[in-house]
Ligand binder design. Structure first.
Ligand code: GDP
Length: 695
């Protein structure tokens, strides 16, 4: 593929709810442009962009895909972002690589959760957004209802530029409201101009009103004229519509059917003519050793590129996808990864066309490219020159809050697992890996069940390691109910070198958070000075393991009051064992209680869900701390809740609110568990230990 100058490049992100038709739309764009000669389908797994086996199986996009569409001398880099909440990481990263967003909405399903999310992301980034109303050929497709819903959700800036001609199976073309022309598609994806259908006036006139209103509202000079005259002159409408879109103050609505390639060539025209080129984007801010700087889209400027996606492929190795903001990426060159502080060797450059690689001579400012086999680059890194190391600001991602504990199915696969997890984490910043030394578990964190499910499949398919998973363990604590005494006796004096250690202790509970206190009250050398730390060591070790549940004991004071020793047979080890035995006896006498971690949960939801969320938190043993409206029709609810009850809160909240809630969760303190729940935890621990002993 040839090199395109920045003015002939468009970087476009397709976003929207899963199933709205993004993947099919990219397929239709490639078909309309002549790049492919027949359209693949999502059902058959034959589209250019959904090529991952995970996606073919699930029939939804689970990772970002891209393909360039060449149209009228312009290269349109189309990014197809996954549309489900579990894969927001990819979507957020892709927003940075794009200069405009097309929100794809199904005319059958209307505005859905991810439609709103994608819209808000584009607004946050200040990117112009257009709306493609898709599936107009489908049964029960309703353009008018979809448009009304779009206006109700996103406001009057939603501006219909087009109307469908015909409905459902009879959908056959597009009427252009700006120019009052009509296009039909009797054969193939290229429009044939045809007469404006007279009967359309009934719907076209009110739609045009909406359009004029949107144009007027996007421009202070135009709004005055509109208020005075009740309408706008033809020229002002066309010019105002284009400018309003470029300044992200007006969202054009474009219509079509991706599956039947209707309206797709018009969409490509619109992108080429009206979407901003990278040159029109304001300079990006970068941070370097000399403070903040700006980098404009200049191919002769210093190299500044952003890694928005990395993928590991078992056959071609690691692929890094990047957008160049300034300078040029050249093949066979050396670049600096400022985020990792490492140098990288760049080999052959290419563009991705779905899963295929097509070589390119270079990637200049404004364009998107890819390179294989970089050693260090992770998603989110900045690539630049070594003498001017700078970084783009990091992208904030929502915290992954669903945790699974995983282990390889096959003993000996631990190394493979570690390699695979490190790779997956480098690819996807919304995926985390941690080792919990306390529960001895490898824990993975993700955005939801589908996210973690896909990662587990990738471990198997790409790294050859099958894993078992279960919910991550909760870190409970043990403590004592009251005061008690304990006697520890470790005496073995039959033959050879004997062992002799006896100690007496007193234990008592301490207030929450006080930890462990050890006091030595030995008089007259009942235990020699050198063995007193041994007793303490034995007690500390036993506390770390716990005595009834496998969880550490905390908030306990132990006083060593008496003991006996033997001049030959006493040893460090013997006193450690005696200390341990004394603690176990004392704990049994005092009574052991289980403490559970309590988290501080702050939930933000649209007001209509407040009741449901409160009810659910009560059922989860939560204590509501406060409730407060925070504007925008939203409510914040703060509560203290046992962690065990909200281990799957990501999923619970999503199903309660249809994905319209958000929350943060932080550890607060430990609290005594209700006895019947504590018994369950203890019983599970006993069972696990018995099974381990049998093996
Ligand atoms: P994505 O999840 O947004 O990428 O949506 P897909 O492109 O995977 O489409 C979801 C389903 O809708 C698939 O079965 C497509 O074949 C179908 N589909 C997409 N666009 C259209 C369309 O314009 N008309 C009809 N009838 N079906 C469509």
């Amino acid at each position: 593929m040839n090199t395109y100058e920045a003015r002939n490049v468009r970087n476009v992100l397709l976003a929207g709810h899963g199933g709205a038709g993004k993947t099919t739309l990219l397929e239709a764009m490639l078909f309309a442009s002549g790049r492919i000669t027949r359209m693949g389908t999502v059902e058959d797994g034959t589209t250019v962009s959904d090529h991952d086996p995970d996606e073919q199986k699930r029939q939804i996009s689970v990772s970002l895909a891209m393909a360039p569409v060449e149209w009228k001398g312009v290269k349109i880099n189309v990014l197809d972002a996954p549309g489900t909440a579990d894969f927001v990481g990819d979507l957020r990263m892709a927003v940075r690589a794009a200069d405009a967003v097309i929100i794809v909405v199904s005319a059958v399903d209307g505005v859905e959760v991810q439609t709103e999310y994608a819209w808000e992301l584009a607004v946050e980034e200040g990117l112009p957004r257009a709306i493609f109303v898709n599936k107009l050929d489908r049964e029960r497709a309703d353009f008018q209802a979809t448009l009304d819903q779009l206006v109700a959700t996103f406001g009057t800036q939603v501006a219909p530029f087009e109307l469908p001609i015909g409905a459902e199976h009879a959908f056959e073309g597009v009427a252009d409201l700006l120019h009052e022309t009509a296009d039909r598609y009797p054969s193939g994806p290229i429009a044939q101009e045809s007469p404006w259908p007279e009967e359309l006036h009934a719907v076209a006139d009110p739609a045009r009103e909406k359009l004029i209103e949107a144009v007027a509202e996007s421009d202070d000079a135009l709004i005055e004229r509109y208020l005075e005259e009740g309408t706008l002159p033809e020229d002002d409408i066309v010019r105002g519509a284009k400018e309003g879109f470029a300044r992200a103050r007006l969202a054009p609505v474009i219509v079509g059917s991706a599956a039947r390639a209707i309206g797709v060539d018009r969409l490509l025209d619109f992108i080429v003519e009206e979407f901003p080129s990278p040159l029109e984007r304001p300079p990006i801010r970068v941070t370097g050793p000399n403070g903040d700087e700006e980098r404009a889209c200049d191919p002769d400027g210093p190299l500044t590129a952003y890694v928005f996606k990395t993928v590991s492929d078992p056959f071609v190795g690691h692929i890094t996808m990047f957008r160049v903001f300034s300078g040029r990426m050249r093949p066979d060159s050396s670049v600096h990864d400022a985020t990792q502080g490492a140098d990288e060797r760049i080999g052959q450059l290419f563009t991705l066309v779905g899963k295929e690689h097509e070589p390119v001579p270079e990637v200049p400012a404004g364009d998107i490219g890819a390179v294989a086999k970089l050693q260090h680059a992770r998603t989110g890194d900045t690539l630049c020159t070594k003498d001017r190391p700078v970084q783009l600001p990091p992208i904030e991602l929502p915290e992954p809050l669903l945790a699974y504990a995983i282990a390889p199915k096959t003993k000996g696969d631990e190394d493979k697992l570690a390699t695979g997890l490190a790779r997956l984490r480098d690819e996807d910043p919304s995926f985390r890996v941690a080792r919990n030394e306390e529960t001895h578990e490898t824990v993975i964190y993700g955005m939801g069940e589908a996210h973690l499910g896909v990662q587990i499949e990738r471990l198997q398919r790409k790294f050859g390691v099958a894993v078992d998973h279960r919910p991550a363990k909760i870190a409970y604590r043990e403590t004592l109910r009251g005061k008690a005494k304990g006697h520890g006796r470790h005496v073995k004096q039959t033959g050879g070198h004997g062992q002799y250690a006896i100690c007496d202790i007193e234990v008592e509970p301490l207030p929450r958070g006080e930890g462990f206190v050890f006091e030595d009250k030995i008089f007259g050398g009942a235990i020699p000075q050198q063995f007193i730390p041994s007793v303490e060591k034995g007690i500390v070790r036993t506390m770390a393991e716990g005595v009834i549940s496998g969880n550490p004991m905390v908030d306990v004071k132990v006083t060593l009051v008496d003991g006996k020793f033997h001049s030959v047979d006493s040893s460090d080890m013997a006193f450690q064992i005696a200390g341990s035995l004394a603690l176990k006896e004392a704990a049994e006498a005092a009574g052991v209680v289980l403490l559970e971690p309590i988290v501080r949960l702050s939930v933000v939801v649209p007001e209509q869900f407040t009741g449901d969320v409160m009810g659910d938190l009560n059922a989860k043993r939560g204590k509501i701390q406060g409730m407060e409206p925070i504007g925008g029709g939203k409510q914040r609810i703060d509560a203290l809740v046992p962690q065990a009850e909200v281990a799957r809160y990501v999923i619970d909240l999503r199903s309660m609110t249809g994905g319209r809630g958000a929350f943060t969760m932080t550890f607060s303190h430990y609290e005594e568990m209700p006895a019947h729940l504590a018994e369950k935890v203890i019983a599970e621990y006993r069972q696990a230990r018995e099974e381990a002993q049998k093996r």
